[in-house]
Design a protein around this ligand. Structure first.
Ligand code: KG4
Length: 334
């Protein structure tokens, strides 16, 4: 079954064709990051307008690259929540028109479910149940994935997402948006014991997380140093900050895996590209005797293939959208 899939929830316009949820036939991604970098973050109206300009062209290119014709498409999947509403609306409306024109079913896909499904593309043997940590620019969730479409959120960030925290830290250090990769590069070789940052423990639920205190600590440290005219060890700061994020994510996830009896741990989302977090997870999984799945770097960030992968399993579970499908800025995962 060949699914034409659309992703436009933030600043990537992405169109993919995926076969049977596991094989990428084409994966077209147009990132707008350079346009938004000038403003230090995503400007929603610019994002929506860029999606409008790019989406038909990318769809044509996807069909060409996969050497497919319109009649070969069996269904259309679209990321319909959560995200920047104007941006999501572009993908939803375009996907609806495609499904109508092609006379095929339309499948709505939760964006974070898509991120998790990126692992199905990378690891053919991976099947639920497993424990998943989803870490992206807008969401940080620890999820009990019982089946392809049956999932239960164990914990989530109470404030900022992990990716947001990377982006704000980068900003205060004068690094470009999106800040995760520049912080990752800056931290290489930096002394991760140079600065001590707080790791939040949230009352009530051991699996809930919080990153706003960490963000504020970094901002205060930089501003105080500036006011006193002191030099900051930038590499040390990036390394110490990343260690704090990783120490907030990895032990918590390992603890949940132990408690729920999972021997498979899946990590997903843009922040899963972080080299320190990947290494820490690898080490922790090895010493606990658990199998770790993290997508290759190109499938960590937003892409259309992950929507096609999850779309396939949503389709098998009978999920369909009508012609009245809407877009949503927020939506629960489960
Ligand atoms: O999953 P994603 O592409 O978009 C959302 O669905 O939100 O995640 C984007 C986030 C940004 O905050 C970006 O700074 C972060 O992922 N990111 C990283 C790295 N690469 C991207 N964070 C830490 N280390 C990286 N190497």
């Amino acid at each position: 079954m060949k699914i034409l899939a659309f992703e436009s929830t933030c600043d990537e316009t992405a169109v993919a064709i995926v076969e049977d949820g596991r094989k990428i036939l084409t994966d077209q991604i147009l990132s707008q990051a350079d346009l938004h970098a000038v403003y230090g973050g995503v400007v929603p109206e610019i994002a929506s307008r860029c999606h409008v300009e790019a989406i038909s062209q990318l769809t044509r290119r996807a069909l060409e690259e996969a050497k497919l014709e319109r009649k070969d498409i069996d269904a259309v999947a679209v990321s319909y929540a959560p995200g920047l509403i104007g941006a999501v609306l572009v993908g939803v409306n375009f996907a609806k028109s495609c499904a109508l024109a092609l006379g095929v079913p339309l499948i709505p896909v939760h964006h974070i479910r898509g991120h998790m499904a990126a692992n199905y593309l990378a690891y053919p043997e991976l099947e639920p149940p497993f424990l998943c940590l989803a870490i992206s620019g807008g969401n940080t969730l620890l999820v009990d994935v019982r089946d392809y479409t049956d999932m239960h959120v164990l914990g989530a960030t109470r404030d900022d997402a992990a990716g947001e925290c990377f982006d704000k830290t980068a900003r205060v250090l004068g690094l470009p948006y999106p800040g995760g990769k520049p912080i990752d590069l800056l931290s290489q070789g930096g002394d991760d014991t140079k600065y001590s940052f707080p790791i939040a423990h949230v009352d009530g639920n051991p699996y809930d997380m919080s990153f706003s205190g960490l963000k504020t600590a970094v901002i205060n440290l930089v501003h105080n140093a500036e006011q006193k005219g002191e030099q900051i060890d930038r590499a040390g700061l990036a390394a110490s900050f990343t260690k704090a994020v990783s120490d907030s994510l990895v032990p918590r996830t390992m603890h949940a895996a132990e408690e729920l009896g999972y021997d498979r741990i899946v990590v997903a989302g843009g922040v899963a590209a972080n080299s320190r977090i990947r290494a820490d997870f690898q080490r922790a999984a090895e010493s606990a005797g658990k199998k770790l799945y993290i997508p290759p770097l190109r499938l960590c960030g937003d892409n259309g293939a992950m929507i096609g992968a999850q779309g396939y399993y949503e389709y098998l579970a009978g999920v369909r959208a009508g012609s009245d499908l809407n877009a949503y800025a927020t939506m629960e995962l489960g």
